[in-house]
Design a binder for this molecule. Structure first.
Ligand code: TYM
Length: 344
């Protein structure tokens, strides 16, 4: 792509991420994304949005979409995002996301998008019937990130390829428009045992909102009984837990449950194994269920409390959108000037 290394981006550090308002949030979203947002907000200016533009790449009932956006915002707040610290906003309230997407559509190459595995998974066998929006989804994601010149993007492992594409788009824009260092090449923040939470029914499939079985995932809104029952029914094997992480390598379900415990407790997998080595799932599962109820129970309750007062959530989102635009508008004005548009 570029035949010389781009000049370094010299702007401030910024964190940005988003979640789609397309169904109940689950433990994977919580551990892979939300928990990290909460931690990072105190270290670096943090922008967290609700990705309603991404949501409509798949049909969404218009009369329900705003409610779905409020639910994700409630989950952010209930997990501990502080609207006075982090900027929380709906993506569609900042129209510069779509404007920058158009410019990036002319930078990104079809060959790059053809490699995106998430599109292949989501479009399935009939890819010619998928929306162009679904195909273009990663370009919009690049615009989300680069509009704020974000340098760090906390996400689960499934987003790694989209982050690589974002870096490619940033580098090609900087190169093609002779604007070295204009956009940063953002770093994904993926590490840790929460980065890839698997289905409770199949340790080789990702925990996902779209899995038809509700027993495959723990939802943030599940009550204590549902959480305990899902952990009890989670697929496992008959062997006791090993002494070291290597011993989990060929045991997908065991590895997943130990990883969930580690991520919820905020400790390493090795620390969990030091505590439970030699014990079977009969002993481990009740401890995991208790921990999950202890961590998630208050979040579900707080979400219900917040959603009972939508006006307060709306106030936070409106304020967040205004603050987000203070960053987005100058970036877009610079892009217009760099590209040579009439209105620059
Ligand atoms: P979405 O809504 O599918 O998922 C939200 C976040 O949850 C993470 N995640 C998981 N992490 C661990 N284990 C799992 N089983 C699991 N399932 C989901 C996802 O990696 C994600 O971090 N494309 C994004 C939304 C988005 C975005 C962005 C993110 C749009 N623009 C810009 C970052 C920056 C998505 O579909 O997330």
């Amino acid at each position: 792509m570029t035949d010389h290394a781009p000049a370094q981006y010299a702007g401030p550090k910024r964190v940005l991420s988003g979640v789609q308002p397309t169904g109940d949030l689950h433990l994977g979203n919580y551990l892979g994304a939300l928990v990290k947002f909460v931690r990072l907000q105190h270290e670096t200016p943090t922008f967290i949005f609700v990705a309603d533009l991404h949501a409509i790449t798949d049909w969404q009932e218009p009369s329900k979409l705003k409610g779905q956006v409020r639910e994700i915002a409630a989950a952010y707040l209930a997990t501990g995002l502080d609207p006075k610290v982090a900027t929380i906003f709906p993506q569609s309230a900042v129209p510069e996301h779509t404007e920058l997407t158009w410019v990036f559509n002319c930078v990104a190459r079809i060959g790059w998008l053809d490699r995106m595995t998430q599109f292949k998974d989501k479009a399935g066998k009939h890819k010619e019937r998928a929306s162009i929006g679904l195909y273009d989804y990663p370009v919009l994601q690049a615009a989300d990130i680069l509009l704020y010149k974000a340098t760090h993007v906390p996400v689960g492992e499934d987003q790694k390829q989209h982050l690589e594409l974002t870096r490619d788009i940033a580098a090609k824009f900087n190169h093609d428009f002779q604007a070295p260092g204009f956009f940063p090449l953002p770093e994904p923040l993926i590490q840790g045992p929460g980065a890839r939470i698997m289905s409770l029914r199949d340790g080789t499939a990702k925990m996902s909102k779209s899995d038809p079985s509700d027993y495959s995932r723990i939802n943030l809104t599940d009550d204590a009984d549902a959480i305990s029952q899902k952990v009890r029914k989670a697929r496992t094997d008959p062997d006791p837990l090993p002494e070291t992480a290597d011993g989990l390598e060929s045991r997908a379900e065991a590895k997943n449950l130990v990883g969930i415990y580690a991520a919820l407790a905020g400790v390493s997998v090795e620390a969990v194994l030091r505590e439970f080595a030699g014990q079977g799932f009969g002993a481990f599962k009740p401890k995991l269920a208790d921990l999950a109820v202890e961590k998630l129970g208050p979040i579900g309750a707080e979400m219900r409390r917040l959603l009972a007062d939508p006006a307060e959530i709306d106030r936070i989102l409106t304020d967040g959108a205004a603050r987000a635009r203070e960053i987005a508008q100058p970036t877009m004005a610079e892009v217009r000037r760099i590209v040579g548009f009439w209105n620059s």
